[in-house]
Ligand binder design. Structure first.
Ligand code: SF4
Length: 326
């Protein structure tokens, strides 16, 4: 591990000052400390923000939720309002990592976590995300777990977060505080596709701090849920996953929010699936017809072609679970 300085911010202003000077924010530390041990990350200064007052879940006007950046994954998953209003968020959190990690890791850290691409974590391998311009060992290496959507010639790594898939489906936004004040960025704009600069993963400005994730109010009643398909039942990342939320009134689907994980370089919203559902009556024939659109635009690699069919089946199954057969 490389030497670094450590300061604990006592208030937001102190944190922002340190962030502006190039300090890296740390709270639960479940991703960053691992990467520092492996020398993948070598920050010179850490700013501990775990004492800042960003640890509440509040109901916003109209019935949305604001989840503070320092709420832990287990606190968010167990929160009564999260469980009642957005089960898809609760389920995505409970299917992530281990109980010990969920007790430490925060919501802000979760959406900032870096890819699990094994080449990224192997400092002897070529990796454009770790060392821009060095190449991508995964393109012609073992790429079974990699992305089929949103990829580029520079990087094909998946985004590892489950709850980010639920946030993307629900069209959440990220609240940021920086030297120039506060702003809100939609989830779709916050996490960046790799393009030719895979080392740039979030639309953050220098020194900006995530303060919360806002989940907008949704029409009620809303049914929602998360399905994760993986090689083993626990402590494993998704091969594919589906976050689904449906507003069904009068026997007709009025609104549909669907996103997929394990397949994209960012959590992958599925607008074509959503469009196919809205205005239809739930039926056994509707779910596969809508899910057929899930893999549109996919570009499989040598070892992950199976994800095209697996994604469709994952989405179909979760539509059926959430939508039922009314
Ligand atoms: Fe690095 Fe991305 Fe290639 Fe993995 S897929 S080796 S993270 S450039």
């Amino acid at each position: 591990m490389h030497p670094f300085s450590y300061t604990r911010a006592s208030d937001t202003r102190e944190a922002l000052d340190a962030g502006r000077r190039g300090g890296r924010y740390i709270a639960g530390g479940t991703t960053l400390v691992d990467l520092m041990r492996e020398t993948v990350e070598r920050p010179e200064a850490l700013v501990d923000i775990s004492g800042l007052p960003l640890d509440e879940v509040t109901v916003t006007e109209g019935g949305g939720l604001r989840v503070g950046a320092l709420v832990t994954m287990s606190e968010a998953a167990a929160h009564p309002q999260v469980r009642t209003l957005f089960p898809v968020v609760s389920q995505a959190l409970e299917l992530s990592a281990s109980a010990q990690l969920r007790n430490m890791a925060t919501i802000g850290g979760n959406i900032m976590q870096r890819t699990r691409c094994t080449y990224f974590r192997d400092v002897t391998a070529d990796c454009n995300k770790r060392e821009p311009g060095s190449g991508c060992a995964a393109l012609h290496g073992h790429n079974r777990a990699h992305a089929i959507l949103g990829t580029s010639e520079a990087c094909v790594a998946t985004h590892p977060s489950d709850v980010a898939v639920a946030f993307a489906a629900l069209e959440a936004s990220v609240r940021l505080l920086g030297p120039d004040g506060e702003r809100r960025v939609s989830f779709a704009d916050f996490l960046l596709r790799p393009g030719s600069t895979p080392q740039r993963e979030q639309g953050l400005r220098k020194g900006e701090l995530i303060t919360a994730v806002d989940i907008p109010a949704q029409p009620r009643p809303l049914r929602s849920g998360y399905l994760k398909v993986r090689d083993r039942q626990s402590y494993e990342f998704a091969l594919t996953s589906a976050a689904v939320a449906l507003h069904i009134r009068g026997g007709v689907i009025r609104e549909a929010k669907v996103a997929a994980g394990g397949v994209g370089t960012v959590p992958w919203k599925l607008p074509a699936v959503e469009r196919r559902l809205v205005g239809e009556r739930p039926s056994a024939a509707l779910w596969p017809a809508a899910a057929e659109h899930a893999s549109e635009g996919a570009r499989p690699l040598r070892h992950n072609r199976f994800k095209i069919e697996l994604l469709k089946r994952t989405v179909e199954r979760q539509l059926r679970v959430v939508g039922g057969t009314q």
